[in-house]
Design a protein around this ligand. Structure first.
Ligand SMILES: [Ca+2]
Length: 269
């Protein structure tokens, strides 16, 4: 069966009307950063990216969708999948974090957490998370989980139990739809679902300390594949993936179904 394709004359209009940030309000007192693309890398355009991290020279990626969810080790330079593990077909994979030699992967409404050996991808054990699973990262002593609300949950990395939570506010206003996460230099960075924005959050108070505005990056990433995407694929293909290389101080971002992954630098607006 052929799926409806985007008609070419609608493409530019859609790119203009659907891509801008919606919902991530900012306050005047919080700085907003723009970005500069340092380098562009290939990314599997079939990867429904739900979790992304960088460790010891590799990207680790968790993908979603029922029947397609995987854990992957990815070569940065080529985007080639070097190692993979399928999740059960009835599981929708979500956020991914690494703690010592374990990779911890959430699932969406299944609420099953999967723990893998980071080297072999062998299953170590499973746990249950209390809320939906969206994003996951680690500050080195705790796991930090998002569930699409305005709350970040802190979990013990041994027991996977919730030990604390904080509500995210920008000038007193709730910031919800928090999705993929990355812990960077004492802050939690969260991309806000269906927007081009990343919130930089003080994990102690939940206060948004800055915004990163990635307007235009989605259009750049999808420019070459728009005509082959279905309408659903286009709507799903939003920013969702932040990874940080602390040694090289490199910041990587990508999105669901994006054929590119970008090393970016922040630029003061
Ligand atoms: Ca991440």
């Amino acid at each position: 069966m052929t799926r409806p394709r985007l008609r070419p004359h609608l493409l530019s209009l859609l790119a203009l009307t659907l891509a801008p940030a919606c919902g991530a309000q900012t306050t005047a007192s919080v700085p907003v950063y723009g970005y500069r693309i340092v380098k562009s890398y290939p990314h599997d355009p079939k990867a429904f990216t739900q979790g992304l991290l960088y460790d010891a020279g590799y990207l680790f990626e968790g993908t979603g969708q029922y029947g397609q969810s995987q854990l992957r080790r990815v070569e940065l330079r080529s985007g080639k999948v070097l190692q993979k593990r399928d999740l059960p077909a009835d599981v929708f994979g979500e956020g991914l974090a690494k703690v010592s030699n374990r990779l911890i992967q959430l699932s969406w409404t299944n609420r099953r957490g999967f723990v893998w050996d980071a080297k072999t991808f062998a299953p170590l054990h499973e746990f249950t998370h209390d809320t939906e699973g969206w994003g996951l990262t680690s500050d080195g002593r705790r796991l930090i989980l998002s569930d699409g609300s305005d709350t970040l949950y802190f979990l013990d990395p041994q027991t996977y139990k919730v030990t604390g939570r904080v509500r995210v506010r920008d000038g007193g206003k709730p910031v919800d739809q928090l999705n993929e996460l990355e812990y960077i230099d004492g802050e939690v960075w969260a991309n806000v679902w269906q927007t081009d924005r990343i919130a930089r959050i003080d994990p102690a108070s939940g206060r948004v300390t800055a915004w990163v505005d990635l307007s235009g990056l989605r259009q750049t990433a999808l420019a070459g594949v728009l005509s082959s995407m279905s309408f659903d694929e286009f709507n799903n293909a939003v920013l969702n993936g932040i990874a940080y290389d602390p040694q090289g101080k490199r910041l990587f971002v990508t999105g669901k179904l994006w054929p590119r992954l970008y090393h970016i630098e922040l630029v003061k607006k």
